[in-house]
Design a binder for this molecule. Structure first.
Ligand code: CTP
Length: 401
């Protein structure tokens, strides 16, 4: 599945319950329908209202307080995935032994969807043989366990048992429901803005944060591809791809051309400088020396070069960040640079483009134009990869131009 999923989010009574708020928010932002279930213990740590406000529907707490007499089968059968975050030792024990103690455990037993549990507890409890035996039982049944981390625990203690980072939990949930439709493919993604040095301390750059390219690389990994990410923003790169760090347009050119050799899909999401400094100074230019003249020279257009020498069967995706005549400029770049798909965004529109976590794009091919309304960059990433898969099905082994 790469579209919107129905996620049941079970929250149990642990101090880490507050982190489930962030997991809920991220799943909703990524376009998924989240139905929260809280145990009685969970409501002692986080307000029901918080989840009801952030999730896609109000919190369910009991087997008895919904209009339907069987809420657990409605939630369990309707789910694409059930995630329990945090999962206490009690929840793990009830679930492992098949004990239907409340709405959450009843739903876990009623569902046939993938289940992800995210244990969080004190180190002594985590290490207890009974807890580990329950986890072994659950793993043997196919339940995904997102291992806790070492760190600060409640009451000032430090040790193993702290709930995993929300990003890891969301990745595990999405992985559990994702079809590996890119398995066997090598996908190259470029991301971030290049920097062209003027002298050792100054550069010409742009406002690209790399977020959209990174989201595409992460989604491609989730969908089973082998991914090479060429980025200028390594500190925010996702886990999973092989990362090549570059800074300048010339370095980006070399790294992308190397990686693209033999690749099945190349996505040029990077904002590559069109011009670089012809005579970079090897010392800091001093103010006292007067207003400097900086001479620029053109860089190689990487996308156009790849488009001109594209191997049969390779799918080439370009981006176009525009402020005017977005559609016309995008279609012109699609044809001129020899891309198969061109993802256009209006960077002057609210909440789209540089630095935002959301984007709104139109994916152009020669045949059509698909509008993706304002969504999380992770959701836009999946729509771009859906278009890649559709293009490859339409024109296997060749370009459709
Ligand atoms: N691109 C590239 N190499 C360059 C410049 C751009 O590969 N030297 C790629 C970008 O990664 C993107 C696409 O070309 O996929 C369009 O980039 P954009 O900056 O929008 O286009 P330009 O060709 O620079 O055109 P203009 O500045 O006129 O908008």
């Amino acid at each position: 599945m790469s579209g919107s999923a129905r996620v049941v989010l079970g929250v149990t009574g642990g101090i880490a319950a507050y982190k489930a708020v962030e997991v809920c928010r991220r799943l909703v932002d990524a376009g998924h329908h989240v139905s929260p279930i809280m145990t009685a213990g969970a409501t002692r740590f986080v307000g029901e209202t918080t989840f009801s406000a952030l999730a896609s529907e109000p919190v369910q707490r009991s087997l008895w307080d919904e209009d339907s007499p069987i809420p657990h089968t409605r939630l369990g059968q309707g789910a694409d995935v059930v995630v329990v975050c945090p999962a206490t030792a009690r929840l793990l024990a009830d679930y492992a032994s098949g004990r239907s103690a409340d709405l959450l455990t009843a739903t876990l037993i009623a569902t046939r969807a993938p289940v992800v549990v995210c244990p969080a507890m004190h180190t002594e409890m985590w290490e207890h043989p009974a807890v580990q035996a329950n986890l072994t039982t659950l793993r043997d049944r196919g339940v995904v366990v997102v291992e806790p981390e070492a760190g600060r625990l409640a009451g000032g203690d430090v040790g193993h048992g702290r709930l995993a980072d929300p990003e890891r939990i969301v990745s595990a949930v999405l992985a559990a429901i994702t079809t590996a439709d890119l398995a066997g493919l090598h996908v190259v993604v470029s991301a971030g803005g290049t920097r062209e040095p003027i002298d050792p301390v100054r550069f010409i750059g742009n406002r690209s944060s790399g977020k959209q390219g990174h989201a595409i690389a992460a989604a491609a990994v989730r969908r089973g591809a082998e991914v090479t990410l060429v980025t200028t923003q390594p500190s925010s790169a996702p886990a999973g791809p092989a990362v090549v760090v570059v800074e300048t347009a010339a370095q980006m050119h070399r790294a992308v051309v190397d990686a693209a050799d033999g690749a099945d899909v190349v996505v040029m999401a990077a904002a590559v400088a069109d011009f670089t400094v012809a005579d970079t100074a090897d010392h800091k230019i001093k103010k006292a020396d007067g207003v400097p003249t900086i001479t620029l020279e053109p860089t190689v257009d990487i996308l156009a070069e790849l488009g001109a020498s594209k191997a049969p069967g390779q799918t080439l995706v370009g981006f176009a960040a525009e402020t005017d005549d977005v559609a016309a400029n995008a279609r012109d770049k699609l044809v001129r640079k020899g891309a198969d798909l061109l993802v256009a965004n209006d960077v002057s529109a609210p909440a789209t483009g540089f630095e935002h976590d959301t984007n709104a794009v139109v994916i152009h091919s020669v045949a059509d134009a698909l509008e993706v309304p304002l969504s999380a960059k992770s959701a836009v990433a999946d729509r771009v990869l859906d278009a890649v898969v559709a293009h490859r099905l339409r024109s296997p082994g060749s370009s459709d131009r």
